[in-house]
Design a protein around this ligand. Structure first.
Ligand code: HEC
Length: 210
């Protein structure tokens, strides 16, 4: 086959595949907004911020647990945190989050056997869960809301306001219900701009120094 007909064949394959995709019934609207602002389906679900992996990376926690007697898990997990670029730029200027901030927490299992690795952990290719924290002042009575996603192919469901997510974040988040104390590039900025929450400052003040 000539180069030209090869290219043509490739184009036809793509065309046929996209034609096929049109025939597959679409159960849910999953198209994310063109910008990095949050967008929602008519039933209140959140559309997936599908390109969050191209956003700003804040941190990775490993095996974080929030109670002294939390059960020891038999598998380690990583949680990776990302934020939309517009909100990040605003944080750099002000030390706090603007309206339409979208933060993504992505959980991945830790693996230790693979390739040349002898010790330590690396992240699995599969995600174990994706949660979103979004600030949308007009939409949510408490300004912020949490959504849970199974994958970036499906819309996410709103977590009700009575869930412990809201209480822990409000009581312990260092800046406006978010855990900036664990995001190393943001904490110094929040200190500098005096945007740390009173409850966080109190917790830090009462912490033993050693
Ligand atoms: C007991 C406290 C606690 C509870 C309950 C909790 N979180 Fe968090 N959350 C944290 C901590 C600590 C971090 C920082 C994680 C890190 O540093 O990697 C965090 C980070 C996040 C982030 C990243 C953005 C941010 O706000 O800093 C999201 C999204 C999130 N949690 C969602 C949830 C959801 C959804 C629930 C409920 C199902 C929940 N969390 C319950 C403590 C909590």
């Amino acid at each position: 086959m000539s180069k030209k007909s090869l290219a043509l064949a490739a184009v036809c394959t793509v065309f046929a595949a996209s034609g096929l995709a049109l025939l597959v019934p679409q159960r849910q609207v999953v198209k994310a907004g063109a910008s990095d602002e949050p967008s929602y389906a008519s039933n209140g679900d959140m559309q997936p911020p599908a390109d969050y992996r191209e956003w700003i990376y804040l941190s990775t926690g490993i095996d974080m647990s929030y109670s002294p007697n939390a059960m020891q898990m038999d598998h380690s997990v990583f949680d990776n945190v990302f934020v939309n670029p517009a909100a990040y730029r605003s944080f750099l200027a002000t030390g706090t989050w603007p309206d339409k901030t979208v933060m993504v927490l992505e959980v991945r299992g830790a693996k230790s056997k693979g390739s040349i690795n002898q010790r330590g952990h690396f992240q699995d290719t599969a995600t174990m869960g994706i949660e979103v924290h979004v600030r949308d002042e007009k939409r949510f009575p408490g300004k912020w809301a949490f959504f849970e996603f199974d994958s970036m192919q499906k819309n996410g469901t709103l977590i009700p306001e009575k869930a412990p997510c809201y209480t822990c974040h409000a009581a312990h988040g260092a800046v406006d219900t978010t855990f900036v104390q664990f995001y190393p590039t943001l904490l110094p900025l929040a200190k500098e701009k005096n945007t740390l929450s009173a409850s966080y400052l109190k917790e830090e003040g009462s912490r033993p120094t050693n």
